[in-house]
Design a protein around this ligand. Structure first.
Ligand code: NAD
Ligand code: UFG
Length: 338
């Protein structure tokens, strides 16, 4: 299939372009480079031995999106483009609502005008309400989001459900990611957050490489086995393969469907630090710090539905995630600027 990949130069998008190409699909990328480098796509092309067509532009430019769809005979869209920082969204909610909602609606307009009927959307476990029992199944309660970023995902899901309901031929897959980490095993592509990382894995690897002094563990008095927060970390290559499975699913289903992409297993902060130290042979200095506002004690997925209906399962281990993050970090301490 010819697949329009919005936000394809980003962390998850670039890994997905590799997996799409390796599965025989042709990704065509549009990205405004607001949080990425075009070098990610040059490196992705190096991995799969095939150029990836790239358009620098904004998804909100409906005319440009229609032109790309027509020129490349697009069969399906994977919509990664969006702003994703929880903390930034609290400080600047309006750019988050504008970018994330308007880009989704512009894409729906362009699809309507050009007759494209299939779309996969990057949603997040953050749409689940805080009072659910673990593991989170796709039918768990959503809403009561704790930040504007989470609300944009919740609202985009609703927009896309309504978009699917408005025409019987449309097919929408909403993928709720848990905690994507790691990098391609080649060490050529990976995640390079701007400034001080908010997320655990990039903070660990930047501490290990000496860019940060010490990891702050946000809370060690949670009701978990070692008192630190538990999350469902998923290797970005497994996550990317989940999108290839979603494309297959779209080919034989209409309407809107939702799937968790996680491993179904929880790992604590201390367990992750220990796994990283062991897998990479490095030391990660840590100190305990107060709990971070808005954090849950425990969050992990039920993966039964994606195993059963998408025929997809995460295969990589926590050790793979640590080793591949470290391989990327130590070979590219300044990301794509190296
Ligand atoms: P990323 O920032 O690396 O990639 C997003 C890409 O979209 C960037 O390359 C950015 O330049 C581009 N972009 C943003 N707005 C755009 C616009 N209007 N037009 C064109 N391009 C635009 O982020 P990522 O980690 O690869 O995440 C991809 C998607 O998955 C996002 O929608 C994110 O919200 C979602 N998601 C990510 C995580 C995570 O932990 N990484 C978890 C759950 C969901
Ligand atoms: N943590 C630390 N120290 C750090 C960073 C994180 O102890 O420096 C802890 C957190 O307190 C939490 C765990 O590590 O217990 C994971 O934190 P992350 O920030 O890596 O991930 P979150 O689960 O908080 O959030 C992630 C994404 C969100 C997304 C959410 C649900 O960042 O965008 O998963 O999908 F909404």
């Amino acid at each position: 299939m010819n697949v329009l990949v919005t936000g394809g130069a980003g962390y998850i998008g670039s890994h997905t372009c590799v997996e799409l190409t390796e599965a025989g699909h042709t990704p065509i990328v549009i990205d405004n480079l607001s949080n990425s480098s075009p070098k990610s796509l040059e490196r992705a092309a190096e991995i799969c031995g095939r150029q990836i067509r790239f358009y620098e532009g904004d998804v909100r430019d409906v005319g440009l999106v229609e032109q790309i769809i027509t020129e490349h005979n697009i069969d399906c869209v994977i919509h990664f483009a969006g702003l994703k920082s929880v903390s930034e969204s609290v400080k600047m909610p309006l750019p988050y609502y504008r970018n994330n909602l308007e880009s989704t609606m512009a894409l729906c307009d362009a699809m309507t005008h050009t007759g494209v009927k299939k779309i996969v959307f990057s949603s997040s476990a953050t749409v689940y309400s805080a009072d659910n029992i673990m593991p989170l199944s796709e039918s768990a309660k959503t809403g009561d989001c704790t930040n504007p970023y989470g609300w944009t995902k919740y609202m985009c899901e609703q927009i896309l459900r309504d978009f699917a309901a408005a025409s019987s031929e449309r097919s929408v897959v909403l993928l709720r990611y848990f905690n994507p980490v790691g990098a391609h095993p080649s060490g050529l592509i990976g995640e390079h957050p701007n400034g001080v990382p908010n997320n655990l894995m990039p903070y660990i690897s930047q501490t290990a490489v000496g860019k940060r002094e010490c990891l702050s563990i946000f809370g060690d008095d949670y009701p978990t086995p070692d008192g630190t927060g538990v999350r469902d970390y998923i290797h970005v290559v497994d996550l990317a393969k989940g999108h290839v499975a979603a494309l297959k699913y779209l080919g034989s289903h209409t309407g809107a469907s939702v799937f968790n992409l996680g491993t179904g297993k929880g790992t604590s902060v201390r367990q992750m630090v220990a796994a990283f130290e062991q897998a990479c042979g490095v030391t990660v200095p840590c100190k305990t710090a107060p709990r971070r506002a808005g954090d849950l004690a425990v969050c992990y997925a039920s993966v039964d539905k994606s195993a059963c209906e998408l025929d997809w399962k995460a295969e990589k281990t926590i050790e793979d995630m640590c080793r591949d993050s470290w391989n990327w970090q130590k070979n590219n301490p300044n990301g794509y600027d190296d």
